[in-house]
Design a protein around this ligand. Sequence first.
Ligand code: FES
Length: 145
Amino acid sequence: MADQPALPFRVLRASLRAASRASASVVERVLRNGVATTSATGPEAKARAAGPLEVVFDGKPAPARYGATLLETAQLAGLDLRSYCGGNCSCGTCRVVIVSGAAQLSRPEPMEQLVLGMDAERRGDRLACQAQVRGRVEVTIPEFF
Ligand code: FES
């Protein structure tokens, strides 16, 4: 077996310094923005640049953060939205009726579809603890179901 040439220490040290600088810049970006972003031009970046979002609950507007759930948004606005399982996608009490802007929410995951049931899912209802806000949405909180 032939001997491999040893990597010169000088080259190794320069590589480690470059890697360290790259990591430091990622950490700086995360600390500054709160999240690591890989692209400044994707749909998420455009939505963030568009400014604060709004969710209208039963006609009352509430400020929303991109990616927050409808439940988090309602709770921050001081609205009474049932959530017996604490947002764990198991009770279904946080079900809301989407009046407009359904496309501005994250897609329902299989567990949400299971908890909602076929009828509610077909109507376009969502679990507030699972639906993440990505634009302006208007919802109704049902009195009972
Ligand atoms: S809070 Fe229980 S399913 Fe959403």
